[in-house]
Design a protein around this ligand. Structure first.
Ligand SMILES: Cc1cc2nc3c(=O)[nH]c(=O)nc-3n(C[C@H](O)[C@H](O)[C@H](O)COP(=O)(O)OP(=O)(O)OC[C@H]3O[C@@H](n4cnc5c(N)ncnc54)[C@H](O)[C@@H]3O)c2cc1C
Length: 473
């Protein structure tokens, strides 16, 4: 048996890498983990956590505007961007520390720096080499900004978390979840926001009703959406006078909106010119594999750079495994965590854990929120399932007094033959919180009859899911 420095060497201390390393150490393995940038990876530093904090911030403005319907007088509320940034950074620093403690507590050796592969059992970091029986690649992904002329003036979600000033006008490019989330964040913070999307329907990977309904609600709130549009080039422009067109009633002077941010002109492919102070691309992410030495070590990569793995996360080199965004399967933190535990268990435990990708619930923290689990209507039909659709759209009780006119969409996809609920979809407040519970029901194979037999909680929005009786046409 060759002697190795470690049983497991993990490259990348993000969601998946940290979980796999801690779990492996708990099973008795000698583990080291390398991190070149920040502990906790994308999710903690430039993903889920700061995004959700920004989303909370964005909702307060609207809540204050709505409060007048309930008798509250909230005159000229002031928003201060530097306060939000500083508080967000403080929370992230706290979480970085929690991750460091978790690793230390589990006995995992943390090495700071960029790690690369020297061969199937050797990692190089900071000019030193370490050998390991197993190597785990969990290097995540990185945002891609397309190479349009002037792309250097644009930002990605990474920079959006650190803007020195809040722009007055923002263009967000894309139609996926990060695009609609950031459009909602900017708009909620008082930024005059336009979403530019080359497609015809937002959130195209999800049930078609969700994207269509969400677009309608976002427009109703005052966000502009330009469908079938793409930016051809971005130029610097002289700042023009910019009346703040937002409807939420926040004081302009007090809102922290930037007077100084440099203005940009985005010229669309059809010749339309859109002025903005910030152009943010949310058009995709690429697996972080460049320059890692994977190919030289014999690890097969897909055309998009993703590490190719089998059902057990083993690459084409048996001592090297990969998990999380770098394998480009399902780009979500809880999925990376689950994959990490499967690998650790397989390498150092009983090996009886496997990954189940069915019915993974997802929330999109746009305004309004979207929550979804299971099959979309189109996916269910494509499986030749004979299905019933239950659909309901209404103004929630809360908004009867705010006068906002905001609507909720709830939808069930049900297999006619087995009566099983195949999909639960929603656009509306707290959709993520609501769908998490229904995800358990779907995993348990719940039927529509069981949904119907469940007593609702009144008055809630969620009760609609157990009181839908009419099949939609
Ligand atoms: C804006 C945004 C919002 C998101 N919101 C959500 C959400 O609400 N819910 C959700 O579930 N998911 C969300 N995600 C996705 C989620 O963040 C990722 O799916 C998750 O972080 C993937 O974990 P990972 O371990 O694969 O990679 P990561 O968390 O990206 O970690 C990879 C780590 O590897 C390090 N690294 C890379 N190369 C090297 C190297 N050579 N040497 C040393 N270290 C290296 C990186 O610095 C990084 O820390 C969001 C993502 C983004 C961008």
């Amino acid at each position: 048996m060759p002697q190795f420095d470690y049983d497991l060497f993990t490259i990348g201390a993000g969601s998946g890498g940290v979980r796999a390393s801690r779990f492996a150490a708990g099973l008795g393995a000698r583990v080291a983990i390398a991190e070149e940038r920040y502990l906790g990876g994308t999710c903690v530093n430039v993903g889920c956590i700061p995004k959700k904090l920004f989303s909370y911030a964005a909702h307060y403005g609207e809540d204050m505007a709505h409060a007048s319907g309930y008798g509250w007088q909230v005159d000229r509320p002031a928003f201060d961007w530097p306060t939000l940034l500083a508080n967000k950074d403080r929370e992230i620093t706290r979480l970085n520390g929690v991750y460091e403690k978790l690793l230390g507590g589990a006995g995992v050796k943390l090495l700071r720096g960029r790690a690369t592969l020297a061969d199937a059992h050797t990692v190089e970091i900071g000019g030193k080499r370490a050998s390991a029986r197993h190597i785990l690649v969990s290097t995540g992904g990185w945002p891609v900004v397309p190479p349009v002329p002037g792309a250097e003036h644009a930002i990605s979600s990474n920079e959006a978390f650190h803007l020195p000033e809040l722009p007055r006008r923002a263009l967000v490019v894309g139609g996926g979840y990060i695009a609609v989330e950031f459009a909602s964040i900017f708009h909620g913070l008082g930024v005059d926001t336009t979403l530019v999307y080359r497609g015809e329907r937002l959130l195209k990977e999800f049930d078609a009703d969700l994207g269509v309904f969400l677009a309608g609600q976002m427009q109703h709130k005052g966000m502009r959406i330009k469908f079938r549009s793409n930016i051809a080039r971005i130029e610097k422009a002289e700042r023009a006078g910019t009346p703040n067109e937002r409807a939420s009633g926040l004081s302009e002077r007090a809102s922290g909106l930037s007077e100084r941010a440099s203005a940009l002109r985005a010229v669309l492919e059809d010749g339309t010119v859109l002025e903005a102070d910030c152009v943010m691309y949310a058009t995709g992410r690429a697996p972080n594999t460049r320059g890692l030495g994977l190919e030289a070590a014999g690890v097969e990569l897909a055309a998009n750079g993703a590490v190719v793995v089998d059902a057990h996360f083993e690459t084409s080199v048996s001592s090297i495994h990969a998990i999380g965004d770098v394998i480009n399967r399902v780009l979500l933190t809880p999925v990376a965590l689950a994959e990490g535990m499967v690998v650790a268990e397989r390498l150092f435990g009983k090996g009886d854990r496997s990954m189940d990708y069915a019915a993974i619930p997802t929330a999109i923290f746009s305004n309004p929120n979207v929550g979804t689990v299971g099959l979309s209507e189109a996916q269910a039909r494509a499986r030749d399932s004979d299905i019933d659709i239950y659909r309901s759209s209404f103004v929630a009780l809360r908004h009867q007094l705010t006068g906002s006119g905001e609507k909720v969409l709830m939808k069930l996809v049900v297999d006619k033959k087995t009566d099983r609920v195949l999909g639960v979809h929603m656009v509306g407040p707290d959709a993520g919180e609501i769908i998490q519970g229904f995800a358990v029901a779907l995993k348990c194979g719940a039927t529509k009859r069981q949904f119907d037999a469940t007593i609702g909680i009144h008055p809630t929005i969620a009760e609609e899911f157990v009181t839908m009786r009419e099949v939609s046409t």
